[in-house]
Design a protein around this ligand. Structure first.
Ligand SMILES: [Zn+2]
Length: 90
């Protein structure tokens, strides 16, 4: 199954896509943060609604890096694969 558009949180869930956020913070003193984490898309959809946009410009302002506390992330979409199949029992 492929995403029909860049879409919404609901479309990501329906297509079983995963999203990883990569922290882009590059600090002169501390170097690159480099933190990355899978987003809990379903939790985001509960919070913001399934119709909320799933673009980086929609989501990044709502995210905060757990390591450095800044809000400069980039998102990468991952099609359904082993990680998502392993999560589901069906
Ligand atoms: Zn960070």
């Amino acid at each position: 199954m492929h995403l029909k558009s860049t879409g919404t949180l609901g479309e990501l869930i329906d297509a079983d896509y995963g999203v990883i956020a990569y922290c882009d913070v590059h600090d002169r003193r501390f170097g690159r943060c480099g933190h990355s984490a899978w987003l809990d898309v379903e939790a985001l959809a509960v919070r913001f609604g399934r119709d909320h946009g799933a673009l980086a410009s929609d989501l990044v302002p709502k995210l905060r890096c757990r390591k450095c506390g800044r809000k400069e992330a980039s998102l990468r979409l991952h099609p359904p694969n082993a990680w998502s199949r392993g999560r589901r029992k069906s």
